[in-house]
Design a protein around this ligand. Structure first.
Ligand code: AMP
Length: 120
């Protein structure tokens, strides 16, 4: 698998400060911000700061420190957005997963009752 990272993607531009975002949480290794087109009452994206294009790329090549920082940010988002009743974490990946932005991100969806996944 060739994990060629394109640094012109929109999340890379957000990380460089070229495009604004509504930040929820940030640490040394991850940034969490509100999705621009929310699909639920709470819809936050958590992204690593490193150049990883997908979940499998991040899982394979990110350091343990980067991975811990990322999941610390996921936990912080759940706390800050008060997702005690639950949520859904989604990482769309490449073509079959219908990934639009080629920088790894986890969607955190919640704040309301969600439907079952994979409607079609
Ligand atoms: P995916 O299809 O999993 O790659 O999802 C990409 C997500 O990024 C979509 O939910 C978009 O609404 C979201 N998105 C695209 N541009 C921005 C932006 N500038 N700020 C916040 N979210 C964005």
């Amino acid at each position: 698998m060739d994990y060629a990272y394109d640094d012109q993607n929109i999340f890379a531009k957000i990380l460089r400060g070229e495009i604004p975002n509504k930040t929820v949480f940030e640490n040394d290794h991850a940034l969490a911000f509100h999705d621009i087109q929310p699909q639920a009452a709470v819809h936050v994206l958590v992204i690593p700061k490193g150049p990883y294009m997908s979940l499998d790329h991040f899982a394979r090549d990110a350091s343990a420190t980067e991975q811990a920082g990322f999941f610390h940010a996921v936990a912080a988002v759940c706390d800050l957005m008060q997702l005690d009743e639950g949520f859904r974490g989604i990482s769309n990946t490449r073509v079959h997963g219908v990934q639009d932005v080629p920088h790894y991100h986890m969607h955190i969806l919640g704040g309301q009752q969600l439907g079952r996944m994979l409607l079609d």
